[in-house]
Design a protein around this ligand. Structure first.
Ligand SMILES: [Zn+2]
Length: 192
């Protein structure tokens, strides 16, 4: 007999309550969700190995929030971090207006000048970005992470028509955010 080991994610509702959702602009119910990695034996989850993610999900708009920062959905800040990095990469005059426009399209909120300035001040290098994203992604559900990657591809594509070089960057960000490569390929195909 041989044994099959693996890992799976189990989602658990910890509790729920009421909060003022900045997107719904009204009081809504949130569900506190915890995703845990489980060690599996013969496909059966046996014991938890680590916490994969923990966030509040608004029952109404389905956005996820960092319980310590309820002013905006968690994916907003991650998108700002990566956009700031790309603005720095392509140059402020070339890239900032487009980044602002896309940010508005994706989130339906304006990326205020002050917030952009502070994101630009705090960019750091690629390693800093990755480290901050890894810390941040535990408060973002899968659909939020897909929105980030799609937004990143859109901005890069508007900057360079042949983004062969940037493909590596996109794939790396996708893998840090644990977004399926099939999804990434599909989004890219839309622009080619
Ligand atoms: Zn909401």
């Amino acid at each position: 007999m041989f044994l099959l080991f693996g890992e799976t994610v189990k989602v658990k509702v910890i509790n729920e309550g009421a909060f003022d959702c900045p997107i719904c602009k009204s009081q809504q119910t949130y569900i506190n969700i915890q995703e845990k990695n489980y060690f599996t034996l013969m496909f059966i989850p046996t014991f938890p190995t680590s916490v994969h993610a923990e966030y509040w999900l608004c029952r109404n708009c389905k956005n996820t929030f960092d319980p310590n920062y309820l002013e905006q959905p968690a994916y907003f800040s991650a998108l700002q971090m990566i956009y700031a990095y790309l603005i720095n990469q392509y140059g402020y005059s070339l890239c900032s207006t487009k980044a602002k426009q896309l940010y508005l399209e994706i989130t339906s909120f304006e990326w205020q000048q002050e917030a952009m300035k502070s994101a630009l001040v705090n960019i750091g290098n690629w390693d800093t970005l990755v480290k901050r994203l890894k810390q941040h992604k535990v408060t973002i559900d899968y659909s939020g992470r897909c929105k980030i990657i799609a937004g990143v591809i859109q901005l890069i594509f508007s900057m360079e028509k042949d983004f062969y070089e940037s493909r590596v960057q996109i794939n790396m960000l996708g893998s840090y955010l644990e977004v399926d490569s099939v999804f990434i390929d599909q989004v890219i195909r839309n622009y080619q």
